[in-house]
Design a protein around this ligand. Structure first.
Ligand code: AMP
Length: 174
C-alpha cells in the first residue's frame, strides 16, 4: 500500500459545505478495510519509538483515525472538541476561520497522567485548527511530540502556523 493509492481514493466534492470549497471526502478510505488499515498504520508508525502517552484527536474526523492510532500504540485518547461539548472544566482557544471564528476546548486534566501527546487530525488546510489544538494541549500541561494528518493541502501553507512542531502528513495535495 502506498500513499498514491490512498490519494486516489480520496473523493473531491466541490462546493461543500459552501460554494468555493473543494471538500476532501475520506469516506471511500474508511469504507475500504485495506485503505483504512494502511492509513492508521502509517499514522501510527512514526510513533512506534516515541513513547507517546496519549493521542489528542480533533473534533470530528480526527477522532476516526486518531482513536485507532491510540489503540494501536497502547496510548490513551484526548478528545479536543468544539465549544460546549465537553462536560467537565475546560480550557478554550478561539481562532480565526475564513469567515468568523471557531472555539475548541480540552478538559483541564487531560494531560495530568501522561504528558507526551501526539496530535492527529484528518486534514491540514490553513493550520488554525491544529495550532489552536496544540495550544490547548500545552495549556493542559502536555508536550506536543508530533502533529499528524492524513491529508495536507500544501498550497494553503498551514505548516507555517505550526512552526516549531514536528509535522507529518500521509497524503499531500500541492
Ligand atoms: P484549517 O484550520 O484551515 O487547517 O482546517 C482544518 C480543519 O477543517 C480540519 O479539521 C478539516 O477536517 C477541516 N477542513 C478544512 N478544509 C477542508 C477540506 N477542503 N476538506 C475537508 N475538510 C476540511
Amino acid at each position: 500500500m502506498d500513499a498514491e493509492q490512498l490519494k486516489r481514493a480520496i473523493r473531491d466534492v466541490p462546493d461543500f459545505p459552501k460554494a468555493g470549497i473543494l471538500f476532501k471526502d475520506i469516506t471511500p478510505v474508511l469504507s475500504d478495510p485495506s485503505l483504512f488499515g494502511a492509513a492508521v498504520d502509517t499514522l501510527a508508525a512514526r510513533y512506534a519509538e516515541k513513547n507517546v502517552d496519549k493521542v489528542a484527536v480533533i473534533d470530528a474526523r480526527g477522532f476516526i483515525f486518531g482513536s485507532a492510532v491510540a489503540y494501536k500504540l497502547g496510548a490513551g485518547l484526548i478528545p479536543i472538541r468544539k465549544k460546549g461539548k465537553l462536560p467537565y472544566k475546560t480550557y478554550e482557544q478561539t481562532y480565526a476561520l475564513e469567515y468568523g471564528t471557531a472555539t475548541l476546548s480540552i478538559h483541564v486534566d487531560a494531560c495530568e497522567d501522561g504528558k507526551r501527546i501526539a496530535l492527529i487530525d484528518d486534514l491540514l488546510a490553513t493550520g488554525g485548527t491544529a495550532a489552536a489544538s496544540a495550544k490547548l494541549i500545552e495549556q493542559a500541561g502536555g508536550e506536543v511530540v508530533g502533529i499528524d494528518f492524513l491529508i495536507e493541502l500544501a498550497f494553503l501553507k498551514g505548516r507555517e502556523k505550526l512552526t516549531g512542531y514536528d509535522v507529518c502528513s500521509v497524503v499531500v495535495f500541492d
